[in-house]
Design a protein around this ligand. Structure first.
Ligand SMILES: Cc1ncc(COP(=O)(O)O)c(C=O)c1O
Length: 355
């Protein structure tokens, strides 16, 4: 949906930037926000005048529906600066499509395309200084929508707020990641909201993930909710398995988020003639491949880390360590994707978007 209107964004700039108070060499992910934010309210059946204002606290009534029924969806994307100070996004039209797919599932009205892109570009240009050069540095961008209507009947809200906030990020290294294959808890059930970036999908993972952390596993690989036999995805990453020289990844369905990094890895595998099978992957076959030495790699794919290698996994009492090797597919895809994101390589799939 594109709203045909001459409206432009109302902009109120900060009087004094806080950028000089930030130590960019010592940033914890997601704790510092740039000077400005974008907001747009949905009232009386339509999206109102979009605004950019100084980043500040919101004022919401305690009865706002988001607090009671979790009508909230979000996106995660990054902006990158190249050596000549150009700013780039990576496949932002995919984030735009996905936030509206998520919104539709949560009965939230679709957000207009021109508001999304104008909002994003104007905000990034205002806060351009916050995007630091250098491979690994980026600006994490968080678009989200919440139900703001002050009314606690369990019904879809009539009022919403769409926002974009931005947080500087450094290159992300999670350390040696070991994962636990889920046997009891589930992230998503068929017919549910697993394919949406719905806030509640993340809340429901915190408790089982804390239990996994106590056992020494940083993340859970979620399995299908009805049989726990099929490997689906991690909490914030899609997952790939390399068996001999073939990559395996689960097909997306209504329990798996259709990740943009996953999609890009699949395309690159095709571009570089790497064998890849998109099909249901069983816990059994991965354990057997690990036992007989055919399982070479497991890695996660997602915006935060791009590619995150996994060094070991457990399923019940069975634990497995993966061999370390230099010529990994994980490194190959990470290098290829980052070179495109930072405008250091040809972009034959047209994934870069200049801000
Ligand atoms: C549940 C889940 N799966 C996968 C991903 C990876 O998606 P993307 O590559 O679009 O960041 C994310 C992160 O956005 C996620 O939250």
């Amino acid at each position: 949906m594109i709203i045909n209107t001459k409206q432009i964004i109302d902009i109120t700039k900060v009087k004094h930037s806080k950028i000089n108070e930030v130590d960019f060499s010592d940033i914890t992910f997601g704790e510092i926000f740039t000077d400005h934010m974008f907001e747009c309210d949905f009232i009386d059946g339509q999206w109102q005048q979009p605004k950019i204002t100084p980043y500040k606290a919101l004022s919401l009534e305690p009865s706002a529906r988001v607090f009671h029924y979790g009508q909230a969806v979000f996106e995660g994307m990054k902006a990158y600066k190249d050596d000549t100070d150009n700013v780039w996004l990576f496949r932002p039209e995919e984030n735009f499509k996905r936030i509206n797919i998520s919104a539709a599932r949560l009965a939230i009205p679709e957000f207009p395309e021109n508001y999304f892109f104008e909002g994003l570009k104007t905000l990034l240009n205002l806060d351009r200084e916050w995007i630091k050069k250098g491979l690994g540095n980026s600006l994490y961008i968080r678009p989200f929508v919440i139900a703001t209507e002050p009314a606690i009947a369990a019904l879809p809200a009539q009022q919403y707020k769409f926002m974009i906030i931005c947080s500087p990020a450094k290159s992300y290294y999670a350390g040696a990641v070991r994962v636990l294959f889920a046997e009891k808890y589930s992230r998503a059930a068929s017919g549910g909201v697993g394919f949406a970036k719905a806030a509640g999908n993340y809340a429901s993972q915190f408790y089982p993930t804390t239990l996994a952390n106590k056992k020494g596993y940083q993340q859970i690989i979620w399995t299908d909710a009805s049989t726990h036999k099929y490997l689906e995805e991690a909490g914030t990453m899609n997952i790939f398995f390399r068996v001999n020289d073939t990559l395996l990844t689960a097909p997306t369905n209504d329990t798996i988020l259709d990740g943009i990094t996953r999609k890009s890895v699949i395309q690159l595998a095709e571009d570089y003639n790497i064998k890849l099978e998109v099909r249901p992957v069983t816990v059994k076959e991965i354990k057997e491949a690990a036992q007989n030495g055919e399982l070479k790699e497991i890695f996660g794919a997602g915006t935060a880390a791009v590619i995150n290698p996994i060094v070991g996994f457990a399923h019940g009492d069975d634990t497995f360590e993966l061999p370390e090797f230099e010529d990994s597919f994980a490194n190959f895809f990470k290098e290829k994707l980052m070179a495109i994101q930072y405008n250091m390589a040809e972009d034959k799939n047209n994934w870069r978007y200049k801000v």
